[in-house]
Design a protein around this ligand. Structure first.
Ligand code: ADP
Ligand code: MG
Length: 474
């Protein structure tokens, strides 16, 4: 891939000067995070880590990622309404993965009772890397789609201006003018506001369901403030608060004490550590309610790695999106090789292949949030150990994407300034709203570029590995 900053990246004095400007600009722009030492208050904050330079992204792949987003919205929404598909696809997984099994139990319980929810809101982020072929051409490959708590739609809106300033400081005024404005938070808020409006109660609030530790609160505040500017009231609550204050009335309207809730926007609830017995009860209460959950539990299940793997099987997309061959072609063009480890001959064969050649693959459990996947020698050892046990089915295998690295500086508080070989991951935010069977909104809402040093195989921004970036289209 093109390396547009080759002339400045090794100019130590220029880099030092630009980095100082960049950090102050990020603070001024509100690209902020709470610190690890003081995660519960905003008295002391720091800048969210980011690259000094915007990273080159091939324009054609960037446009391809945007062009397929509405298709992915449709697909996720379709999966969330297909009980048999979710049941069959997750059957082997829920036998061995307790977390997915517990989500699935709630899903079945809610369906048995009958859904009270009639308005549906999806906010997702489809993530990609640029796979570098033998001939040097790059291809867009989906890493995963996040259907719950997809983050950084707020903070990412702050980086383009910072990078524009950095480029000017480095004498690249013309290039600075090409950086695209980007504000996913606005699009996410538009979806939430639409769902709130269709829910149909002026008095009702939007509830952000948040974690105990909220280091990334400023990212969420960007979305919150967009809602306040539309005169929609926002409250922030944890599962614990729902357990203590939440109740349903006879028509299953959700109340927090006496406050009616129209929309529940989850920024929590995607990993097992988020739940104890009380939190599971709180989750069930929310799912049973009429409130618009973003996402509802079916949509969360639609985002599992196991579902992603099943989608790549020939014929599956055709069943889920009948009569939409063009959407299917766009979606399929982004798939990397994905393989089931279910018991049987197919799973045996791919397990043996991966053990023989682990660097070709990534081994993924049904987990979110980064840092869970296995690579290389570790992949080989784990697969060797579980290859003859049912535990194998709690994982999927995926072809490892190999992007072309580029040099950049990762700016992180208290870290030395040094050049790193980096690779990037592009995320596109999608938003949709459905009322009954009618899709009333379906949009791409903006993008997120995250960049990390190549020595880290895994991990996002929250995990402390990747940093915020801005695409520079080439
Ligand atoms: P999570 O749900 O934990 O975010 P991901 O599937 O997004 O799981 O994987 C986490 C990280 O691991 C990604 O951000 C990416 O850096 C890396 N990764 C995941 N899949 C692949 C792959 N197929 N090839 C190369 N790197 C990958
Ligand atoms: Mg991810």
């Amino acid at each position: 891939m093109a390396a547009p900053w080759r002339d400045v990246v090794r100019d130590a004095a220029a880099v030092r000067e630009a980095a100082a400007v960049a950090v102050d600009a990020a603070l001024l722009a509100g690209g902020l995070m709470r610190t690890g030492e003081q995660p519960h208050a905003s008295d002391v904050v720091n800048y969210a880590p980011f690259t000094l330079l915007p990273s080159a992204v091939p324009r054609a792949l960037f446009e391809q990622a945007y062009a397929v987003q509405q298709d992915f919205n449709l697909l996720v929404d379709a999966i969330s309404q297909k009980k048999e598909f979710l049941e069959q696809t997750l059957a082997s997984t829920i036998k061995v993965d307790d977390f997915t099994a517990q989500l699935f139990r709630i899903y079945m319980q809610v369906l048995e009772e009958g859904l009270a929810q009639t308005v549906f809101l999806g906010i997702n982020r489809s993530d990609y890397m640029f796979d570098c072929g033998l001939d040097g051409t790059a291809a867009l490959r989906q890493i995963e789609i996040n259907t719950i708590a997809a983050s950084f739609g707020g903070l990412t809106s702050r980086t383009a201006d910072v990078h524009g300033l950095v480029l000017k400081v480095l004498g690249k005024t013309e290039e600075a003018s090409h950086l695209l404005p980007n504000n996913p938070a606005k699009g996410l808020a538009l979806g939430i506001a639409k769902a709130w409006e269709l829910y149909g109660s002026q008095r009702a609030v939007v509830m952000f369901l948040v974690e105990e530790i909220q280091r990334n609160i400023f990212d969420q505040r960007c979305v919150e403030n967009e809602l306040w500017s539309r005169n929609i009231r926002v409250i922030r609550k944890r599962f614990r608060d729902v357990f203590e204050q939440g109740s349903l009335d006879a028509s299953r309207r959700l109340y927090m004490d006496s406050q009616e809730v129209a929309v529940v926007y989850y920024r929590e609830g995607y990993v097992p550590q988020n739940y104890d017995q009380q939190n599971w009860e709180a989750r069930l209460l929310l799912e049973r309610s009429r409130a618009v959950k973003c996402p509802d539990i079916a949509t969360q299940l639609a985002g599992t790695k196991k579902v992603q793997q099943e989608l790549s099987r020939p014929g599956t997309l055709e069943k889920l999106l009948p009569g939409r061959p063009e959407a299917i072609a766009r979606i399929r063009a982004t798939f990397a090789g994905l393989y089931s480890l279910d018991e049987g001959e197919e799973g045996d064969r791919i397990a043996a292949t991966a053990i023989a050649d682990p660097d070709r693959f990534v081994l993924k459990p049904q987990r979110e949030g980064g840092g869970n996947n296995l690579y290389g020698e570790e992949l080989r050892q784990v697969l060797e150990k579980i290859k003859d046990s049912p535990e194998r089915t709690s994982y999927i295998l995926m072809d490892k994407i190999k992007p072309q690295p580029a040099q950049n500086y990762l700016l992180r508080a208290h870290s030395p300034l040094r050049v790193s070989e980096c690779i990037s991951e592009l995320g596109i935010f999608g938003v949709y709203v459905r009322q009954g069977q009618e899709l009333v909104l379906n949009q791409a809402a903006g993008h997120l570029l995250r960049t990390k040093a190549i020595e880290h195989a895994d991990g996002g921004v929250a995990a402390g590995v990747a940093v915020l970036d801005t695409p520079y289209l080439v």
